[in-house]
Design a protein. Structure first.
Length: 467
């Protein structure tokens, strides 16, 4: 977990590795930058702590994590703490108490800090105007933007832009380039391989060390590309979007997809000591639990993969995307469409797919039901909410739960996970209860490592058979 050292004598907080050498008795430690700011400290001008990852620890209470994900989704951009508390079933006072106890700041303080830090990164990395940055960062007005930036950084946005270092500005061949902070040791190659093994044809592509995907922003298509950064501690995101308003939510969604929003250090330490799973985890300790761009994508892909060879499943998925998605011509790496929106995945339209692309009635019913309930299935969705969606069996709920941030999801039906368990000598019969007893409360993290391990073993076996 990244921690920040706040220096009492100067009123600033620094990130690890800063050249400042204050006396230990003059420092206070905070796990989140927002907590240091809530205590009255401002960011160090030398080490710029807003540029490093500050995810919430995975062992924070689940209610706090769910509420924090709603903050990330923008519930406080226009709403109130009372509305947030109602969404998670708590009183506003109790919600604030939990946030202050476990995160060191109230929901409003965290939301304010998050918007300000994102804006500061845009001021450093891009040439967007101050007005564009205000709305890209989720602020309601330029006046609010100026006021909060002065409160957090003790300087106006214009002054902050003037202070940026010459090497800060990022230039991309088209699009907007941004740095995505990650924790030390984050394994980009492992995450990229995990996403590549589950990519939706025409929508997602991996080429070299870069991951690309199409997205939709209020009905208009966009393109995202993620690749390793030019230095440790961050990835490089290049976004091609129709407009920049609300960019902060797109970047946050990328962070969830790549698993940068949660610190799994405690889980990795616990699982590394397991005699069965330990060697697998120690081999790729920087692999987090990747999220999902949308529950609908993950669910449709999983449904079409059941009982089919990978090639056949990919063919059917590609046909569905091409028939019901929005064409986006001229993109690299085989990207051709955006994923179909929920309103396009009706029973009638799914049943009317061209001959050879048709789906069994059970798949049609399950995909249509998933599309109808997709609006309520965001990151942090509870098991009860998934159970309420009709036509979804436990296997599919476990897959969705893992990609939507549930800690205890364990998709035993996943072929790569089953292959990994078999190679590690874990019998399929009773595996669910066996793993629950050994790997709780980190079963989702354990499952991710098993799936990645199984992907590599299946890929190696396929290469040998092809020879």
């Amino acid at each position: 977990m990244t921690t920040y050292s706040a220096v009492v004598t100067t009123g600033i907080y620094c990130r690890p590795g800063c050249g400042a050498k204050p006396l230990a008795r003059n420092t206070r430690t905070y796990e989140l930058a927002a907590a240091a700011e809530a205590a009255g400290f401002r960011a160090c001008l030398r080490c710029r702590p807003y540029r490093v990852a500050g995810p919430v620890a995975a062992d924070a209470p689940e209610l706090v994590c769910r509420a924090w994900q709603l903050v990330i989704d923008g519930i406080l951009d226009e709403g109130t703490e009372a509305a947030l508390a109602e969404r998670v079933g708590l009183s506003p006072r109790h919600l604030r108490r939990l946030f202050l106890k476990h995160l060191g700041a109230s929901p409003d303080q965290l939301a304010r800090s998050r918007r300000a830090h994102f804006a500061r990164r845009l001021l450093d990395d891009t040439d967007l105007t101050v007005l564009d940055i205000a709305f890209a960062s989720g602020f309601g007005s330029l006046r609010q933007f100026n006021r909060i930036m002065r409160e957090v950084f003790r300087a106006s946005p214009t002054d902050l832009r003037d202070r940026r270092h010459r090497a800060d500005r990022l230039v991309a061949d088209g699009g907007l380039a941004l740095r995505l902070p990650v924790l030390p040791g984050y394994d980009w190659d492992a995450v990229r391989d995990f996403l590549a093994a589950r990519a939706v044809p025409g929508v997602e592509a991996v080429e070299g060390r870069a991951y690309r995907r199409t997205i939709t922003v209020d009905g208009a298509p966009g393109l995202l590309e993620v690749s390793p950064g030019d230095a440790a501690g961050h990835l490089l995101l290049v976004a091609h979007l129709p407009y920049w308003e609300g960019l902060i939510h797109v970047v946050d969604q990328v962070g969830r997809l790549l698993g940068t929003e949660t610190d799994h250090t405690a889980g990795v330490a616990a699982l590394s000591a397991d005699p069965v799973l330990g060697p697998v985890v120690r081999n790729r300790p920087g692999l987090p639990v990747p999220g999902a761009w949308s529950a609908l994508e993950v669910g449709v892909r999983e449904l079409l993969a059941r009982g089919r060879e990978p090639e056949e499943a990919a063919r059917r998925l590609k046909a569905l995307v091409e028939a019901l998605g929005t064409p986006v011509p001229g993109l690299p790496g085989g990207l051709t469409h955006t994923f179909p929106p929920p309103e396009a995945l009706t029973r009638a339209r799914l049943a009317a797919l061209a001959p050879g692309q048709g789906l069994p009635a059970g798949d049609v019913a399950a995909i249509a039901a998933l599309a109808e309930g997709a609006g309520a299935l965001g990151y942090g969705t509870s098991p009860d909410a998934l159970a309420a969606v009709p036509y979804l069996d436990d296997d599919l709920r476990q897959v969705l739960g893992l990609r939507l941030g549930q800690r205890e999801a364990f998709p035993l039906a996943d072929p790569s996970l089953r292959a990994a368990l078999e190679e590690l000598g874990v019998p399929a019969r009773g595996a669910d209860s066996w793993t629950a007893g050994r790997w709780r409360p980190w079963r989702s993290l354990a499952a991710t490592h098993l799936m990645a391990y199984g992907d590599r073993r299946r890929k190696a076996a396929f290469s040998l058979s092809a020879e």
